[in-house]
Design a binder for this molecule. Structure first.
Ligand code: UD1
Ligand code: UDP
Length: 357
């Protein structure tokens, strides 16, 4: 069996790492990097520290508008698929790379397998929502992380090929948590104490590309009285510059994006996490750190239902109040994202589907 795996953005490198490792032990994998993320701190560092094989194809697409980026990836992936003639195309999550990879395959009638299928925010203004809905509707195998995601697909009439396997991010944490604990020197490097700080991430287009929302968030962060650290996504750095916004809070340390091992360690030792990331909300839950999410809705509704996460939107005062007041009790929280063996199930399904069809 031959699989072409298509990745391109930071969270996809992290999710693909355990699956590529397992897939390559039992079959042939061709890895394609679209080049959607390209900075050393947004791409190379993950390949090195997670031991992801060097991509067989690097498409070098880079940053562009949605149409140009998606279109260029689509055209180039088509060429790769003509040449490689795989049994599967494997895509992850909800980025432009995901949609372009799935569409290229579907047009050539190559079956698509989608990891992190069935997620919905029900907000079609998010580019990610459009990408994930379309990708799910083109997929032959849909690997769902949760009950909720299976249910969303059923509501849209998708029941065939739907497999609830758990969330591969639990696998990534299971595999890397100890390594991160032993190797990360990030706290010493940035001068923060375990359990004393808020870890912040901010990059979602709905926050960064709306000057009103971005300035409300920046105002809130400039008032935080607890030590805080923000590994700043390049998108946010760019938009802040465009809008003349700056951080001026001595309690807030702004650093470059960091590798996964440092991130995992910073998350696990944080007092609270403030974020608009999808992956970071889940990691906070799995690592049992209270999470405050700067969005109006979330796909990861289980984290809210379990009392481990709260939504503040881009409201300056709700953000400040939640940093002070929100806490979570993880004593009776069930493992809604699975047992950390999603990888084995995904690889088994890919291999067995080919045998029985
Ligand atoms: C993308 C995904 C988003 C995901 C995020 C993960 C889409 C539509 N969005 O958003 O779902 O949560 O990745 O981080 O696919 N840039 C750099 N260097 C890089 C990469 C980006 O400077 O290596 C800057 C560029 O100015 C670029 C901007 O960041 O225009 C946005 O990058 P892009 O990949 O378009 O979207 P993300 O915000 O990263
Ligand atoms: N992450 C990282 N370094 C950082 C910020 C995030 O390694 O500086 C990891 C984080 O731990 C998670 C993933 O990147 O595994 C989340 O990616 P991101 O927030 O960019 O995208 P999203 O999950 O929102 O699509």
């Amino acid at each position: 069996m031959k699989t072409v795996t298509i990745v391109g953005a930071r969270p996809q490198f992290i999710k693909a790492a355990p699956i590529s490792r397992s897939l390559r032990k039992q079959s042939k994998e061709i890895l394609v990097h679209s080049g959607q993320h390209y900075d050393q701190a947004m791409s190379d560092i993950f390949f090195k520290e997670l031991d992801i094989p060097t991509p067989d194809y690097h498409l070098g697409v880079g940053s562009k508008g949605h149409g140009a980026q998606t279109g260029e990836i689509l055209a180039q992936v088509e060429e790769v698929l003509f040449r490689e003639k795989p049994d599967w195309v494997l895509v992850y999550g909800d980025t432009n790379t995901t949609l372009a990879g799935a569409l290229a395959a579907a047009k050539l009638q190559i079956p698509v397998a989608h990891v992190e299928a069935g997620l919905r925010s029900f907000n079609r203004k998010m580019p990610e929502e459009v990408n994930r809905v379309l990708t799910d509707h083109m997929s032959t195998l849909l690997f769902c992380p949760t009950d909720t995601s299976v249910h969303h697909l059923a509501t849209e009439g998708i029941t065939q090929g739907v497999m609830q396997v758990g969330d591969v991010m639990v696998d990534a944490i299971r595999y890397n948590r100890l390594i991160a604990g032993e190797s990360s020197q990030i706290l010493e490097r940035i001068g923060l104490e375990k359990g004393s700080y808020v870890l912040i991430t901010l990059h979602r287009a709905e926050n960064t590309d709306d000057p009103k929302r971005l300035s409300a968030i920046v105002r809130a962060l400039n008032q935080l009285s607890v030590p805080s650290v923000l590994p700043l996504h390049p998108r946010t750095r760019g938009r802040m510059k465009e809008h003349g916004l700056t951080f001026n809070n001595p309690n807030l340390l702004v650093i470059e994006p960091i590798g996964y091992l440092d991130m995992l360690y910073l998350e696990s030792q944080a007092l609270k996490i403030l974020t608009d990331s999808g992956g970071v909300q889940k990691e906070a839950f799995i690592l049992e750190v209270p999470c405050i999410t700067m969005r109006d809705e979330t796909e990861w509704t289980e984290t809210i239902e379990q009392g481990a996460n709260c939504l503040t939107g881009a409201d300056e005062w709700r953000i400040i109040d939640s940093i002070e007041g929100f806490s979570a009790d993880f004593t009776h929280v069930p493992p809604v994202f699975g047992d950390g063996y999603a990888t084995d199930r995904i690889v088994d399904h890919l291999l067995n589907y080919m045998k029985v069809t």
